[in-house]
Design a protein around this ligand. Structure first.
Ligand code: PHE
Length: 346
């Protein structure tokens, strides 16, 4: 029994086989157990002679089983560890990376360009009241210019400043800044504005940057220089030709519409050169003018002491021009493929 047991235990390849061997030798019906039972039927002398050998056999089989068991268990653990190991050196899949939206990027660029010219950034609320958006900008109730703004009004609101509305331009920030800080002023005010209008070049929400300079002795020459300097920096070219055209805004006097000259290259408008040159044209870029004396007064400033200029420019339009995008609505669709196409997403 001894040799047979040692050989078969040593050869067992798994715990199930080993357990079967334990039953075969040491179980109730086992061969070693059967030998032990024979001791009970022996005479005392015989028992004394036989017992040590039988008990040693039981001990050696028990030891062999225990030893083989620990070897098999260790091997089994080794297999499991190997199969469950995580390879931390495997390359991880790339997580999609976000990027700054072209509109935000242009607003950041404008803030930087104007910071170099000494302008601070001012902000105002998008939910504005009638007084700041219209009245203080020299558009009293019944002023015909109000009709051109396609205003979103909030129904049933009439606080002190009149009906609440979504601001139709960033110009109310002019008034808020002058009232809050007095003069002199040198600010830009970027932000969202709203008009009830929608086609390829108009969205109900779009972005403007307002500019306002108030000081002593400010004149149209300062306005023209400022706009030229900013547009050259923004479009990264010295070839920017502006045309100042007389216009009308209730809040500026005189008012100036600013056009920029462009050439048509491969069917696309490329800024540069006089719009009057052959193959060229003028593109309307922004509205501006000298701040109307009435607006200065309503903003708490004496027009005999302070003068200034203001301008308002569409940020989305600037982005379209700079990056060659042609449908404004795509700006606000949130389609990552569109952003990728123009190099705005990784
Ligand atoms: N607020 C005008 C608009 O939205 C633009 C403008 C701003 C014109 C400042 C003159 C001065 O059309």
């Amino acid at each position: 029994i001894h040799n047979d047991a040692q050989a078969r235990i040593a050869a067992a390849q798994d715990l199930t086989t080993l357990e079967a061997l334990r039953v075969e030798f040491l179980g109730k019906q086992g061969s070693v157990s059967a030998l032990l039972k024979t001791l009970g039927k022996m005479s005392p002398d015989e028992r004394q002679a036989q017992a040590p050998a039988i008990q040693a056999l039981r001990q050696s089989v028990t030891d062999a089983l225990a030893q083989r068991k620990s070897v098999l268990e260790a091997a089994e653990l080794e297999v499991r560890l190997a199969s469950e190991r995580l390879d931390l050196t495997l390359p991880a899949p790339d997580a999609p990376r976000g990027s700054v939206h072209p509109v935000s990027q242009v607003m950041d660029e404008l803030a930087e360009i104007f910071a170099d010219l000494g302008f601070a950034v001012a902000t105002g609320p998008e939910v504005e009241d009638d007084w700041y958006n219209f009245t203080a900008l020299n558009m009293p109730e019944s002023h015909p210019a109000r009709a051109m703004h396609d205003t979103f009004y909030f129904p049933d609101t009439a606080p002190k400043g009149g009906r609440m509305l979504l601001r139709t331009h960033t110009s109310p920030v002019q008034v808020r800044t002058m009232l809050a800080e007095g003069a002199p002023v040198r600010i830009i005010a970027p932000g969202r504005v709203y008009r009830s209008d929608s086609d390829a070049t108009h969205t109900p929400m779009f972005h403007q940057v307002e500019g306002l300079v108030i000081d002593k002795g400010i004149h149209l020459g300062h306005l023209k220089w400022t706009l030229e300097t900013f547009l050259k920096a923004f479009f990264e070219t010295d070839d920017i030709v502006l045309r100042l055209r007389p216009s009308y805004f209730p809040f500026t006097e005189p008012s100036v519409e600013v056009d920029v000259g462009f050439a048509i290259v491969d069917g696309k408008r490329v800024l540069g050169g006089s719009g009057d040159a052959a193959g060229h044209g003028w593109m309307e870029l922004l509205g501006s003018g000298m701040v109307n004396a009435r607006v200065l007064e309503m903003s708490g400033l004496d027009p005999n002491e302070w003068q200034g200029f203001a301008f308002g420019v569409g940020v989305d339009r600037l982005a379209m021009l700079k990056y060659g995008m042609d449908d404004l609505r795509a700006f606000f669709d949130g389609d990552v493929r569109w952003l990728q196409h123009y190099g705005f997403s990784a």
